[in-house]
Design a protein. Sequence first.
Length: 623
Amino acid sequence: MTDTVSSMNNLITLLRKDQSPDGSWNYPFETGISTDAYMIILLKTLEIHDEKLIQGLAARIISKQEENGAWKIFEDEKDGNATATLEAYYGLLYSGYIQKEDPRMKAAREFILEHGGMESVNVFTKIMLSSTGQYKWPESFPVPVEIMLLPLSFPFNFYQFSVYGRVNLAPILILAEKKFSIKTKNSPDLSDLLLTRSGEVPWDIQPEYRSLLSFIKEGVEDLLGLPEQFHSLAMDRANKYMLERIEPDGTFYSYFSSTFLMIFALLSLGYSKDDPIVKNAVAGLKSLRTDIDGLPHMQYANAGVWNTSLINAALQLAGLSPEDSAVKKANTYLLQRQHDQFGDWVIHNPNALPGGWGFSDVNTRNPDIDDTTVSLRAIARSVEDNSKNQEAWNRGTQWLLSMQNDDGGWPSFERNTENPWLDFLPIEKGEYIFGDPTSADLTGRTLEFLGNYTNLPDHDPAVQNAINWLLNNQEQNGSWYGRWGVCYIYGTWAAVTGLIASGMSKDHPSIQKAADWLKGIQNEDGGWGESCLSDSKKSYVPLHASTITDTAWALDALITAEDQPTEEIQKGIHCLVHSIDKEDWTTAYPKGQAMAGSFYIHYHSYRYIFPLMALAHYHRKFG
């Protein structure tokens, strides 16, 4: 018990020290080397001579190269990742700080060719390569720009894509229609990475998808009756979609990828490199820079609200009072970032008012369920006797409840966007890019919030429908798949804690089955660890090592599900308290994911947040 209290106090002290003057916590949101390479490519294409940044990014990229010449996106990825390796190779060559003849570049080139050449990379990378003159645009893109004009009543329309899909797709549609390409005198020549013969269209659409494209185009013509005008109208609509969603910092929806693509789309429409919108967008991307181990990294997004709300809630669980200065400063920061304007979410939820929170510091129009529940947790104990906080609480909880899907669960950003037509798109990882279905992690975390922080009764239909969704979507082995974390341990933690907070008995077969599964995958050292490979395989894959975050998630679920500190819990606590200070590859292993096999996130804050939560729950329940 002494160890747990000491570990909690150490974590509290560390988090106090790392809090920023504005009340936030700004731990890095680390996503591999792709954004670093893209930033180099963007700066060199725009002929912006920020050599210190370019040199620093190149140094970071080269420091991550494996001995075989490849780059990996997680430690236990076999051999390496062809897409990441090509992106690194291109960025390094374009930087000018490393030459093609360098042995490291020769090894990277060999790896790329052995793994399918330029043709094998993912669709986003092909779009970047095509936009910068390294790859041929297809004759027609899988989604025609005319989709911008289809009404919501049409079975396949722009707003059936997830918001993440839309903000990346809008600039892509413009680029693909224009077949835009820009090179500079310093552009490297990557043609030796192509394996197809000259002139062949390397990513054209398969015949079975052409009927879908015809269906969309015919739908637009039938609706408008102006076939000669609908094309330019659709292009204008795509451009307007981007311009109306630029955040105060100049980024498009606060994401690196959508902003990068928007800049190229604007250039294709005739905007100058010196146009204020382009310059502000570049400045916004530069503001995403963080420093890790003395080298710059371009974050995919700023995680200010997510980090701050999670840490603030964890500190209060660990005993800090709402009057504590760290808590009050964090709450002031969070309350200033509650949304008060409508975003795209209103299209599928027209009767609700704004009140959610977004992920990043600058996000004003893209709230999400996870950030909203955790921000509400953070301010929950400060609501009484403060009318302003009470109003924020009411707006937040009302928005949250309004976002429940008809199937009973919660999505990430927008309700009821599932559409079987999306399965027809010939774009790999389409379900991650374009879909936003109900997920176990969002539904479980929302139930945990409603059960532990609100007065909503357990028999309320919203609660019962969510419980039913979780029970119907439990895996055969007792686990749940988590959409935004890695992966089954994360989903199971969210589901178990949510179900029990909603009044479900610890003896319920679903809870027992989940607890047995967690006990069955515990490592010899008492910890837990899951591989990112789980995500692509859609079944649990052990990491064969324990991570601090996985151990905390599994422990927190078992602490919630057990009446006594079982042997598994005690072993887990021992592992956790003796791992908190460790530094090895497992502490940098990704625990967040956005796209299976392509995009994983190392949240530098997680190693503090989730151990503190698990230890606090252990201490409260068994202390």
